[in-house]
Design a protein around this ligand. Sequence first.
Ligand code: C2O
Ligand code: CU
Length: 505
Amino acid sequence: MTRRQALQVAGAFTGGAFADLACTEARPRPRVLPSRLAIPELFRTELTVPRVMKPARTDGAADYYEMTARPASVELIAGVRTNIWGYDGTFPGPTIEARSGRTVLLKLRNSLPIPIVNHLHGGRTESVSDGYPTDFVLPESGEKFAGGNPQRSVAGEREYRYENQQRAAQLWYHDHRMDFSGAQVWRGLVGAYIIRDEEEDRLALPRGDKEIPLVICDRSFQVDGSLAYPSIDSTLRGSPGVTHPYMGGVLGDVILVNGAAWPKLSVANTRYRFRVLNASNARRYELALDPAPAHGAAFVQIGSDGGLLGAPIRHRTVRIAPAERFDLIVDFSAYPVGTAVTLRNLSDSGKTGAILRFDVVRKEKDDSAIPDRLSSFEAIDVRSVAAVREFDFRFDRNSQLWTINGRAFDEARIDAAPRLDATEIWRLRSDFNHPLHLHLVHFQVLSHGGPPGRWDAGWKDTIDMEPGQATSIAMRFSGYRGKYVFHCHNLEHEDMAMMANLEVV
Ligand code: C2O
Ligand code: CU
C-alpha cells in the first residue's frame, strides 16, 4: 500500500463516526482538542527564557554544537509533570545564537524511540543539511523504520551544517519527519535560532535582558499531565496522521510561552524587544495589548521572518500565523509603574484569548532607540522574472487529503525546478487559511488579496494565505542547488500531504 492509500484508508476508517463532518463541510476546520486536566489559572508562573547554547568547541572555521533529542519530564503547568521529547530534554530547546557568515555545525543525537529530522526554518541551508522529510536520523537504539530514504538516512546522529550566509534574523529549528511533523513538534521538538550581524549591532535596540524570545504555542493535556494529541497511532510508528475530526488542524486549549502556561513577566518602564515566534501547529493569533497604551502604538515592528525591515512599522495589533516571526518593540514607558498589561489574542476568547501578562514594576532609564532607518532592505527587482508559477492549495474531498495543484505530496515528483539565481513570481490561491512556507529562500509579498497587507512587510518565509484570496510572492533562488520542499505550515495539513518539491537546478 502506498503512503497515500494508507492516509486515505486511515482517514476513511477513523472517520466512520464523524462521516457527517466530512460530508457536510467543504473542508475540515482546525478544532480544539479539549484537555482532560483542569485548565490552570492564568499568570501564576514567571516567564523563563530558553538557555542560550554554548558551543562544545570552536575554531577558525566554525562553532560546533552537540545536542541530544531525548525524552524528559518537565513542568509546563506549575505543579504538573509532563513527559516531552525535547532537544537536550527541554521545551523549547536551547537557543542557538549564530553570526552571519560563520558556520554552525550541529551534531544532533537521537535518543528518542522514533526517527527525527531537523529543519532550520528560515535557514539558507545546503540541501543535505536542510532536513528533507525523509532524511531520517534513526534512533540510536538501532531500531529500523520504514519511510526514510535509505541513501540519505543515518542512525544515531547526524551533523547538520548551517553556513549562515544570510542577514541577521530569528529562525527556528524543529522536527520535520515525513508524515509525523505535527505529532513530533507537539511533543516538544522546537527551538529558537538567532543570527546576528554588524548591521544590527550598530543599532541601539533593546538588548541583554530586554531582548526576549517569545515562543508561543498551544497544547492540550491528559488528566495525568501528559500531552494529548489525536494521532491515529500514538506510538508514531505505524499509520501517520490524525483522527478525522482533527485533520483541519489541532488546536490546544492551553497557551504556552517559552514552555510555561500563561506566564507573567516583570518589566521596567522602558522599551523591550520581543522576538515572537508562533510555534503552534495550527493556531493563529492576533496579538494586542490590554490596556492599549494611552499614547503611541502598542507594537513597533522592526523585523519579520527574514530579519530587519527597512523602517519600523507601528501596529495596534499583529496577526501571526504558524511559523511566522515578528520582531516587536513594546515601550512600557506608556504605562504607569504598577500597571499589569496583558498580551491578548484577539482571535479567540476565554483563556485562549490571553497569552502573557507584563507587570510594569520599576522605573529605569532607557538608553535604547528605534531609528527611522533600520537596515539596507530593498524591494526585490521583478522587472525581469525567469518564471511565473501558479499553485492552488485546497482540500480534496475525494482523497480526503490536503493538496497542491490537486496533488498529494510525492517524494519523487519535482513540482518546481527554478534555476539557480533566477527570480520568480509565484501566484497562489487557497481555499482556506494555509500558512505557506518555502525552504531555502525568503520572499517578498507582491499582493495579498489586493495590495500587501500591513503584516506582510519585509523578507518572509511564511505567508498566511486567506480563504479564496489570491496572493503573489517574489523570490530569488540563490544559495544552493538541490532538492527542497515547500508546504503548508499548518502541520496537520503538511502531514496530510500539502507539501511539494522544489529543486533548484
Ligand atoms: Cu518550519 Cu518545512 O518547515
Ligand atoms: Cu494548510
